[in-house]
Design a protein around this ligand. Structure first.
Ligand SMILES: Cc1ncc(COP(=O)(O)O)c(C=O)c1O
Length: 449
């Protein structure tokens, strides 16, 4: 905004050119331009956005020769490294990690990391409940118990204050999840881990290039896991990586992910140790290698647009941007915000999302209280879990889901738009703001509709 322009002339100018946006210049909390907001699409108005966002994943013709080269080489499996080794070197460099290992998926990155950090049958791992179900499943695959820290509803990440009360003599590790690429507050988490001698495995599956106090996600704990599944910012259909600052741990991961073959400094038993096949293919690695520049460029664009949204969403009554740890930079896999029904004249979150969709703004509320879905009941009622834990512990465990009040609130109040929308032009980002403002102004009518 031209600072020489007084407020009145600014409003006049912008109102003439774009009536809907004048409120963007208003201070936080003031709803002074309510009268200018158009009618919501659900009430017969024109949608704020034309609909249709950038398709994902993206394909670039210039990648084709390198992909063909891989297939024509007939060297498709990891073998001694090849493109997978090149990818690992580049991924470690990008994150400032000591070493990286390519694996088959984000889920396997977590399973391998947990195994290497000695999470074993009958152990407990403290994890964020507000995550994709794979975080729970990785722990269950190790025959360990996912014990939930509470979620801070203002940050959507693990509330460090809720961790210590969950620690038992069986706790072996903490698994913070940088959900939507928003870094967890790692300093207090690492301090608790150190005090109780626990491992820290970061679920960085949505946090490619996410940053906390000058360091990248995946380098903040003992090991960190990433996903390159199709919806991700650097996709390869499926794929994953493990990163860390300790070469020995990555060598151990390498051995475990490759049928237990002794690797690097990790000699194991000389021949095979326990392990599985969690390997990345050469084609996956080549596809990933070609997307590094794109990831860097697009991360900068997503951040700029997310910053713009955060600076302006807070001006809309009833919408609160997510609080981030000091000096952190998310990767924004989704862009979430907190919705307050009471301040939208009782318009339920579902109706708000329907109204937003009608404006052409794709949105959702991805995670619900999934610990009540039966997955964990199935696990703790299995023969194995009953053998590993006493009935009293399993009952207390099941009852503890009721205490996750912060998580319940997070699940009930959060709305998100998608990462591809953050790659749109600034004018389209303004249309997202316009859509939400329209709904706010007409919320009473929408609530009755
Ligand atoms: C937070 C989180 N953890 C783990 C995973 C598992 O990754 P993958 O689907 O690559 O196995 C995902 C994938 O969506 C995720 O979002």
């Amino acid at each position: 905004m031209n600072t020489n322009m007084n407020r009145r002339s600014f409003l006049k100018t912008t109102a003439a050119s774009s009536a809907a946006f004048t409120w963007l210049a208003a201070p936080r909390g003031s709803n002074v331009f309510a009268a200018e907001a158009g009618k919501p699409a659900l009430l017969g108005g024109k949608p704020a956005h034309k609909g249709g966002w950038l398709p994902w994943p993206q394909w670039r013709e210039e990648w084709e020769p390198k992909m063909l080269e891989v297939y024509r080489s007939r060297k498709w499996f990891r073998g001694s490294g090849g493109h997978v080794a090149d990818f690992e070197k580049a991924w470690a460099e990008l994150l400032g990690a000591k070493k990286a290992l390519g694996v088959a998926s984000g889920t396997t990155s977590l399973i391998v990391s947990l195994h290497v950090m000695d999470v074993d049958a009958g152990d407990e791992v403290i994890v964020s409940p507000y995550t994709f179900i794979a975080s729970y499943n990785a722990i269950l695959t190790c025959k360990a118990l996912p014990v939930f820290a509470d979620t801070d509803p203002a940050t959507l990440t693990m509330d460090p204050k809720s961790i210590e009360s969950r620690i038992t003599e069986r706790t072996r590790a903490i698994m913070p999840v940088h959900i939507y690429g928003m870094p967890c507050d790692m300093d207090p988490i690492n301090a608790i881990a150190k005090k109780h001698n626990l491992a820290v495995v970061e679920d960085a599956c949505q946090a490619w290039m996410g940053e906390y106090k000058g360091r990248k996600c995946g380098t903040l704990g003992d090991l960190g896991g990433f996903s390159f599944q199709e919806s991700k910012h650097i996709p390869a259909g499926e794929g994953g990586a493990i990163t860390g600052m300790n070469e020995d741990l990555i060598d151990r991961c390498n051995a475990y992910h490759n049928c237990g073959r002794a690797t690097g400094k990790f000699k194991g038993t000389g021949n095979f140790t326990r392990g599985g096949n969690f390997r990345m293919t050469q084609a996956q690695a080549m596809l990933l290698l070609q997307q590094f520049d794109k990831l860097k460029e697009q991360t900068a664009i997503r951040r700029a647009n997310a910053d713009y949204l955060s600076a302006n969403l807070g001006k809309i009554t009833g919408i609160t941007p997510i609080r981030l740890p000091e000096n952190s930079r998310p990767s924004w896999h989704l862009y979430p915000f907190i919705y307050d029904t009471a301040k939208f004249n009782g318009l339920t979150r579902d109706k708000f999302m329907r109204a937003l969709q009608a404006e052409g703004v794709t949105c959702s509320s991805p995670y619900h209280e999934q610990y009540n879905d039966g997955l964990l009941d199935e696990a703790i009622n299995s023969r194995g879990y009953k053998r590993l834990w006493g009935a009293e512990r399993l009952k207390a465990y099941r009852d503890s889901f009721q205490d996750l009040k912060g998580n319940k609130q997070a699940c009930e109040t959060m709305v998100a738009i998608y990462q591809n929308m953050l790659l749109a032009d600034r004018s389209e980002i303004e249309q997202i703001l316009e859509a939400i403002q329209k709904i706010q102004v007409h919320s009473a009518a929408l609530a009755k509709a």
